[in-house]
Design a protein around this ligand. Structure first.
Ligand code: SF4
Length: 418
């Protein structure tokens, strides 16, 4: 609960330049001791939206004799456990414009203060992408400084921090083997590579690090075995998806990729008795259901090989967003608002009836977003830096008691998937 409105007092020991506003992360206050100001990035965001230069820094003491006098604007919020939170901004004396913005920013966040619940989804990265990221990191670290360049082949989906780390270690993205030099180390991405690519790499004396997702590898191996038995494979998925080509290449000439129920209804096969189907790993399982039904209606003898390539990552993620959205007054989608993944997450949350805000940084949260909001959901897009979720929690905890829960839908497959 906010106590006694906004306090304004003069203090010495804080250096604030004219034209800037200092936003304390900690502040020493007579009678209260050192207060934590977790909402500082939110206050800084408000100031920047007012075209004010905001600087975040701790102010653990106010009695540094070298400092200049300053004006402190402070709201305090007493917690149920007796602790006190601060929401503060500090301006130089006689800077009326900075003072007006500082007071207004503290005031608007003091108004938004309150106890809330936050429901957070888990990591946006599936186990296959994490497996590939670990393999890339290991290869880049092992070969750093060896004179051998590590090349990440094709579109490799990596967390932003891992991509930066690999770039710092000198690992390069390449779209084809033509860009690699003899002796280079080539990392095959999670979606795998066709046998011809592996053969060409061996011929060119390239060292391969195979980061293929285990689920996709099983699907590739299954396709090889089916082709060897003379089966024709219907691969239910998108022709342009990264995993499709490497699976289809294991059964060249014996694969038909079907993306829609209409495609299933119109496809032609030589011998309907030798037909098997599989769902492209990574495709939401529910999206394949109608196509499977259409296929089975036309070809009742078609064999289901789905256990080889079933992956619930996309389905679980969509279900998690829905579960969070229905339980929240507001869903914050973290990451670049323009990224396809963030847009998709936003659309899924809206479809579930939630109010949605896309934020690239914690400072993008506004007081208006939190009006009337007691439960906030957070979902991370793949463009979000790993620290952002923690920063959001820390900032919202600076507005009052924050109960944090994880909500994650997870499907575990039992038995032997081979
Ligand atoms: S198959 Fe599933 S786990 Fe593997 S990379 Fe694709 S989405 Fe991730």
């Amino acid at each position: 609960m906010i106590e006694a409105g906004i306090r304004e007092f003069q203090a010495s020991g804080i250096s604030v330049e004219r034209g800037e506003v200092l936003v304390p992360r900690l502040i020493s206050v007579a009678g209260d001791g050192v207060l934590s100001c977790g909402a500082a990035p939110l206050v800084a965001g408000s100031l920047r939206r007012r075209n004010c230069q905001a600087r975040l820094a701790p102010v653990p003491t106010l009695d540094d004799p070298r400092g200049h006098d300053a004006i402190v604007y402070l709201a305090t919020c007493r917690q149920d456990d007796g602790g006190v939170l601060g929401i503060a901004a500090v301006t130089p004396p006689q800077d009326k414009l900075a003072a007006a913005h500082a007071r207004a920013s503290v005031e608007e966040w003091a108004t938004a203060a309150g106890n809330r619940t936050l429901l957070a989804a888990g990591s946006p990265w599936c186990s296959g992408a994490e497996h590939a990221a670990a393999a890339c990191r290991e290869a880049a670290a092992a070969h750093a400084g060896s004179g051998r360049t590590v090349r990440l082949l094709g579109p490799v989906a990596l967390p932003p921090e891992v991509a930066d780390e690999l770039a710092a270690l000198g690992a390069l993205h390449v779209s084809s083997l033509a860009d690699a030099q003899p002796g280079d180390v080539v990392v095959i991405a999670a979606h795998g590579a066709a046998p011809e690519i592996r053969a060409a790499a061996a011929e060119r004396e390239l060292t391969i690090v195979d980061a293929t997702c285990p689920v996709i590898r099983r699907a590739q191996d299954k396709a090889t075995r089916l082709a060897d038995r003379g089966q024709h494979i219907v691969l239910i998925g998108q022709p342009g998806a990264a995993a499709t080509g490497p699976i289809a290449s294991r059964a060249a000439g014996q694969v038909t990729v079907v993306e829609t129920t209409a495609g299933a209804a119109s496809m032609r096969v030589g011998d309907a008795r030798r037909l098997s189907y599989m769902v492209q790993p990574g495709m939401p399982v529910e999206a394949a259901g109608g196509i499977v039904s259409a296929l089975r209606a036309r070809f009742p003898a078609a064999k289901d090989t789905r256990p080889a390539g079933l992956c619930y990552a996309a389905s679980d993620r969509a279900a998690t967003v829905r579960a969070i959205a229905v339980g929240s007054d507001l869903v914050l989608v973290l990451g670049d608002p323009q990224s396809p993944d963030a847009r998709q997450l936003g659309a899924q949350a809206r479809d579930a009836g939630a109010k949605v805000a896309q934020i690239a940084t914690v400072s993008d949260i506004t007081p208006a977003m939190l009006t009337g909001v007691t439960t906030i959901g957070t979902v991370e897009s793949t463009s979000a830096p790993a620290v952002l979720a923690a920063e959001v929690i820390a900032a919202l905890a600076g507005l009052g008691q924050l109960s944090v829960g994880r909500r994650q839908v997870s499907t575990e497959m039992a038995g032997n998937p081979a």
